[in-house]
Ligand binder design. Structure first.
Ligand code: 4AD
Length: 435
C-alpha cells in the first residue's frame, strides 16, 4: 500500500482494526509493516454491513485527500465502493493474543502475535540490522561465506554442544554436532578468499533460561588478516560498532520513529565514540570496590582468577553505563584458539553493553602450530579432530583475528528490549519448538 495514487483503486489486505458507527466504519487495512503499509478505508453500511477484524478483504474505492486535522495516520483515505471478503477471520482473534498479553501467550501464539504492529516493526528492524551488518562487512572488503550447520568438531566447549547422528557412507551413523560458531570455516576461507564474514544460525544446548540465551541464535561472524596486536583487533571492533549502529539508524529511522526509539539509538551511536577498555583484572577490582560479590549472601569477593558470572557482569556494565571492551581474560576461561600474552591472558575482547551484557566474543588467533597443538591437548581435545584447523598453521600461518556478534542480543540492545525473546521472531529456547 506504499504506492497508492489519487483516483480509483483496488487494494487487498487484512483488517487490522475497525471503528464502527451507525452508518459507516473506519477500517484500518494492512498489507505489511509500518505506516506506509496501512491505509484507512471509509466503509458505509450500505457497502458492507458487518466486517470482522483480521479478515482478508479486497476493497475497490476512490482515494480522497484528508484535511490537515483529520484523524488518520496518512494524508488520504479510501472511500470504499465495494468490499469483497476473501477470507473471513474467526471473531475471537482479538482475545487470542492481544497486545497486552503476557510473554507466555505471546510465545504460544507467535504465529498470530506477528500481526501485532509493534512486533511487526521489531521484526522489520531485525531485517534492517542484518542489512546494516552486511553492508558494513561489504564496505570493509569482506566476502560473504555460507558455512555448513552440520560439523564434526566443537568450537566453544562441550557443555553446549548439540550432538546428533550423521549418516556415513558405509559405516552407519557417525557422531556430529550442530555448529556453535562458523569461526573455523571463515578461517579456512581466509587465505584463499581474503577477509570474510557470514550471517548464519549457531546452536547452543543452553540449559539456562536467561533473558539473553537462545538455543539457536543468529551469528554474524567475521575474520580479518594482517592483525598482529590486540590494538589492531580493537580498531576493527570499533569500526564494526560504529558502522553497524550508524547504518541501522539510517536504514531503520522511519520504523524506529514509529517505536519512538530514534533518540535511544542516537544515544547508542554517540556511545560508539566513547568505548572504554577494561581488562579482566580491572573488572575484578571494580567488583571488589563496588560491592559486587562473588556470593552476595556471604559477601565473598571475587579473586583475579575468577570468571565473573552473567548477573554480576551485567550489574557492573550497567553501572559503568558505557560500551565496554572487556579484554585480557585468563586463558583458562576461553577456547583453545586464542593468542596469549606472556602473563597467560588472552588477546581476546568481549564487547559488553548496558542492559544486555555480552554482545560480541572475539580475539586474535593463535598462529603458532606448536602452541596451538598444546592448547588443543590442554583443553582435553584430540588433535586429529582439528586436522584442517592445524593445516592453516602448517601452510602459511596468517596473522588473523575475528569475532562473533549475537544478532539477537545486539537487537535487544538497540531496541532497549527487556528480553531477547521480545525481539526474535520465532525464538528457540529450552522447552519450545512451536510455533
Ligand atoms: O562468545 P562466543 O561464544 O564466541 C564465539 O562463538 C566465537 N567462536 C565467535 C568468533 O570469534 N567467530 O559467541 C559470540 C556471541 C556472544 O557474544 C553472544 O552475543 C552470542 O554470540 N551468543 C548467544 N546469543 C544468544 N544465545 C546464546 N545462547 C548465545 N551464545 C552466544
Amino acid at each position: 500500500m506504499c504506492d497508492i495514487q489519487p483516483g480509483p483503486v483496488v487494494v487487498r489486505g487484512w483488517i487490522e482494526s475497525l471503528t464502527s458507527f451507525k452508518k459507516h466504519s473506519f477500517v484500518k487495512l494492512r498489507d505489511g509493516v509500518g505506516k506506509e503499509s496501512h491505509v484507512q478505508v471509509f466503509v458505509s453500511v450500505t457497502v458492507a454491513p458487518t466486517l470482522i477484524c483480521e479478515s482478508y478483504v479486497e476493497i475497490a474505492g476512490t482515494v480522497r485527500e484528508l484535511p490537515d486535522k483529520a484523524f488518520s495516520f496518512r494524508a488520504f483515505e479510501i472511500e470504499a465502493s465495494e468490499v469483497i471478503v476473501l477470507g473471513e477471520s474467526n471473531s475471537d482473534f482479538s482475545t487470542k493474543c492481544p497486545s497486552e498479553a503476557g510473554p507466555d501467550t505471546k510465545l504460544n501464539e507467535r504465529h498470530l502475535h506477528i500481526r501485532d504492529p509493534k512486533f511487526a516493526l521489531i521484526t522489520k528492524l531485525r531485517a534492517i540490522l542484518v542489512r546494516a551488518l552486511r553492508e558494513h562487512f561489504e564496505e570493509t572488503s569482506c566476502t560473504e561465506i555460507f558455512p555448513p550447520s552440520f560439523v564434526g568438531n566443537q568450537c566453544e566447549g562441550g557443555s553446549t554442544l548439540f550432538k546428533l547422528q550423521y549418516p556415513d557412507k558405509d559405516r552407519g551413523d557417525i557422531p556430529a554436532y550442530l555448529t556453535q560458531s562458523s569461526q573455523f570455516y571463515l578461517e579456512y576461507t581466509l587465505p584463499g578468499i581474503g577477509d570474510s564474514y557470514c550471517i548464519a544460525p549457531s546452536f547452543r544446548a543452553e540449559r539456562s533460561h536467561t533473558r539473553r540465551h537462545l538455543t539457536e541464535f543468529l551469528h554474524a561472524e567475521s575474520e580479518w588478516s594482517g592483525i598482529f596486536t590486540l590494538d589492531d583487533h580493537l580498531e576493527k571492533l570499533r569500526a564494526l560498532m560504529k558502522g553497524t549502529v550508524s547504518k541501522f539508524l539510517e536504514y531503520g529511522r522511519k520504523y524506529l520513529d514509529e517505536l519512538e526509539l530514534v533518540s535511544h539509538v542516537e544515544k547508542l551511536l554517540v556511545m560508539c565514540d566513547d568505548i572504554i577498555t577494561v581488562t579482566h583484572r580491572e573488572a575484578i577490582d571494580y567488583c571488589r570496590s563496588h560491592e559486587i560479590y562473588k556470593d552476595a549472601d556471604t559477601k565473598i569477593h571475587f579473586d583475579h582468577e575468577d570468571d565473573i558470572p552473567e548477573m554480576q557482569e551485567r550489574r557492573m556494565i550497567d553501572e559503568i553505563g558505557k560500551i565496554v571492551f572487556l579484554i585480557r581474560f585468563p586463558k583458562s576461561f576461553k577456547s583453545f584458539y586464542f593468542s596469549t600474552f606472556e602473563d597467560g591472558t588472552v588477546l581476546g575482547c568481549d564487547i559488553e553493553a548496558v542492559n544486555v551484557g555480552e554482545l560480541v566474543g572475539s580475539g586474535v588467533r593463535e598462529y603458532d602450530l606448536g602452541r596451538l597443538e598444546k592448547a588443543i591437548e590442554e583443553n582435553g581435545l584430540k588433535k586429529e579432530d582439528y586436522r584442517e584447523y592445524l593445516d592453516l598453521r602448517k601452510y602459511g600461518a596468517g596473522r588473523t583475528s575475528g569475532m562473533g556478534l549475537g544478532v539477537d542480543r545486539f537487537l535487544t540492545w538497540l531496541l532497549n528490549a527487556y528480553s531477547i525473546r521480545d525481539v526474535v521472531t520465532f525464538p528457540r529456547i529450552p522447552g519450545r519448538l512451536f510455533p
